[in-house]
Design a protein around this ligand. Structure first.
Ligand code: ASP
Ligand code: MG
Length: 421
């Protein structure tokens, strides 16, 4: 017997038919003698619809009222799942964010969880009742509804799992696990049996969209074991325990042979970055601070940075990347700061993509980056910027080469599945 938190995403909850299937999967887990809590997303597309209503009502909407509106999608699906479970003869009830409660900071539309009171929930689960929790929502100190940012139900699920000390947090989604790379692009992509928290954190933050990045950080901090698996299984399919997806675990739990045989775990891509270049910036102390301070004040997330080799006369070019959704603001901030910075031209390019190879195996092996550079060079793919961390190498390339780069690197690191075409 185990205590399990199950989380179902928007596509799994899209419509009564799918909710019925989810109810079967949940009941199967409970019938196996497990204590079960379920965290649900809104039906796919509903949160977008609710966000648009707010924007239509006023372009300057109040973030607290926005939360009241957008949190409602999950309230609907949690109630519907409880009804569907009851109709299968199971005991189930919903627990809204304010009922537990899930306390968050005040920051409406992007709140963080502060504490979750798991006591009543645990008691309910122990009594054999299935607890259903709408993801994404919490309550502020002022007693108002908050939401955790788009994709936040994953973070709710991990938070609940930590609060009730669950043995496992199963995240059911429309893919059946974490892959070596995007299987829609690379047909030879393989499903991974295990990924470490650190690797998943890097993969999620560089474009692998399986989990909200924050949820992985929280799982790592709280030591919550996550399993990613698909809810799109046939009726009568075996339980999650016999149908494992990808387990996200700590490096210590990883079997050593797994770790050493595999240099690279996954390759992610991100087309939502833009490249910005400032030419002829004075090459003197404080110049770079003059560029990045106003961007930080505007809460623009700068990622890759390169300062080119100095030109003559004490000048240099500075290039960096920022999210394309912030590109207009970035250009505006830098235009306003031109007198302070003292650059000559400001150039932007959104036709770029960031390709990242990630793996804990990098810690103990040399030559990972050079394999990447060589494989890309052989296919004529030019590298515009590079960043590295202990377990990641990222390069910026022209966006049109994304698919080619993913395929070439997947082969170069020996990740191709043997049985695929
Ligand atoms: N429904 C919310 C969203 O779409 C939260 C979630 O599903 O994770 O962002
Ligand atoms: Mg999601």
């Amino acid at each position: 017997m185990a205590r399990i938190v199950m989380k179902f995403g928007g596509t799994s909850m899209a419509g009564i038919e799918r909710i019925r299937r989810v109810a079967q999967i949940v009941k199967q887990q409970a019938d196996g003698g497990n204590e079960v809590a379920v965290v649900v997303s809104a039906m796919a597309g509903d949160t977008d619809r609710l966000v648009n209503f707010c924007r239509e009502a006023s372009s300057l909407y109040d973030a607290a009222e926005y939360d009241v509106v957008v949190a409602s999608g999950e309230q609907v699906t949690s109630g519907l799942l409880a009804i569907a479970l009851q109709s299968l003869g199971a005991r189930a009830r919903s627990w809204l964010g304010w009922q537990m409660p899930i306390r968050t900071i005040e920051a409406h539309s992007k709140a963080r969880i502060e504490t979750i009171d798991g006591e009543a929930l645990t008691a309910a689960m122990q009594s054999g009742e299935i607890a259903i929790i709408p993801g994404f929502q919490g309550i502020s100190k002022a007693g108002r509804i908050t939401t955790l940012g788009r994709g936040g139900s994953d973070t709710s699920a991990v938070g609940i799992a930590a609060a009730v000390k669950a043995d496992r947090c199963d995240i059911y989604t429309d893919v059946d696990g974490v892959y070596t790379t995007d299987p829609r692009i690379v047909t030879k992509a393989r499903k991974l049996k295990t990924v470490t928290f650190e690797e998943m954190l890097e993969l999620a933050s560089v474009g692998a969209k399986v989990l909200q990045t924050r949820s992985v950080g929280l799982a790592m901090k709280e030591g919550v074991r996550i399993q990613v698996l698909s809810s799109f299984t046939e009726e009568g399919a075996p339980c999650a325990d016999e149908l494992p997806g990808t387990m996200i675990i700590s490096e210590d739990e990883m079997e050593t042979d797994d770790m050493e045989s595999q240099l690279i775990t996954g390759i992610a891509h991100d087309k939502n970055e833009s490249k910005i270049t400032l030419t002829r910036v004075p090459d003197k102390p404080g110049a770079v601070a003059n560029i990045f301070e106003p961007l930080a004040e505007a809460a623009i997330n700068v990622d890759m940075i390169i300062q080119n080799v100095g030109r003559e006369k004490g000048e240099t070019d500075v290039t960096f990347t920022a999210p394309t959704s912030d590109l207009d603001r970035t250009m505006q901030v830098l235009a306003d700061a031109q007198p302070d910075i003292g650059y000559n031209r400001l150039i932007s390019d959104s036709n770029v993509a960031k390709i990242s190879v990630v793996g804990v195996g990098m810690k103990s092996h040399a030559g990972i980056a050079s394999t990447m550079f060589k494989a890309l060079a052989e296919r004529g793919v030019n590298i515009q910027a590079i960043t590295t961390s202990e377990i990641k190498v990222s390069v910026l390339i022209e966006e049109d080469y994304t698919e080619l780069a993913l395929r070439v690197l997947h082969t170069a690191y020996g990740l191709d599945a043997e049985d695929a075409a």
